[in-house]
Design a protein around this ligand. Sequence first.
Ligand code: SF4
Length: 349
Amino acid sequence: MRLAVEPRDLTHYPFLKESQEFLAARGIKMHDFTASALGRKYLDTAVERVACAIDGKEIYPESQDVVADIATYVLARVLVSCIRDRNLIERLARMEAKRVYFYIHDEENEKLKNHVCETLGITLGLGKMPVIKYVELASTVREPKWRLINRDVDAGQVAISDDEQDILLRERIRKILVSQLPLTIPPSMEHEFAPWCEKITAALQERTLAEFGAIDESAYPPCIQALIAGAAAGVNLSHSGRFAMTAFLNNIGMTPAQVAGIFARSPDFNPDMTMYQVDHITTHEYTTPACQTMLTHGICVNRDSLCDKIAHPLNYYRSKKKLLERKRLREEAQAQTAAEKSVPEKPKE
Ligand code: SF4
């Protein structure tokens, strides 16, 4: 017998097929949203939902309106799919996973809990997990205790406590939500939703700039400076070199066009090919590799003393910017003191 799911439960688990059926039963269709004031309001709320994810909020708050809550979940996924930015997709999936986890962790309706887990392909309460599944889920959890070498493994099964199971459950939910995106959106719908996508892109840009501040070339790590110099000198950069440089510049807030502008310094610059490559990297592969990976690919070069204190080029950039800013303030204070000293005293009357 089919489980009856309450409307409020659907807002907790809006990926259930019952949620889609709930919207369909109320005649809500994707291409109707821009045509009505209510639909546009849902779109505005979906932008707010994505903005929460961009800001790293833990939980997107529920409203009293079940239809709105489900519709904004669906629309938020559609909007980030139109934008096709992996960073954005990751942020949305992380927030939604935490939200689902929050509800499922305290879910008192056991039947519903099992139904949700079944939909997500998760088996609860066994106290163990096959090694392959464990490695897949635990690979993104950083603490050493999660490394397979530190686990009890018996007959291909890894022992896990209830608390650990909850953490892996959250990871599983996040991975599932990420793997479902981007959705395939028809060009006509992308065009229709463009004004809302622009708001999200602007919020993402603002957040990136706030995280990294204004772009400061003098704070680039030595590896990135070397890659930029190489591109300018017409060196044929390896794929990993182009990827690292493009991802880094994009991560610190440059638009794809600005990144392409860096490649334009190269004597054999090909605008179409460059834009294609830059778009591909910024759309699909988004994080600058860590120093260890850069080293493996032979692009960790000209290390300096700051490199010994960091493990990621983006951390180098953040730290160097702070150091340069402190130096600038110190120099300003010294110049101010010197100027005050050099002002001749008024002759005494
Ligand atoms: S240690 Fe890291 S930041 Fe420094 S040059 Fe190597 S890859 Fe770049």
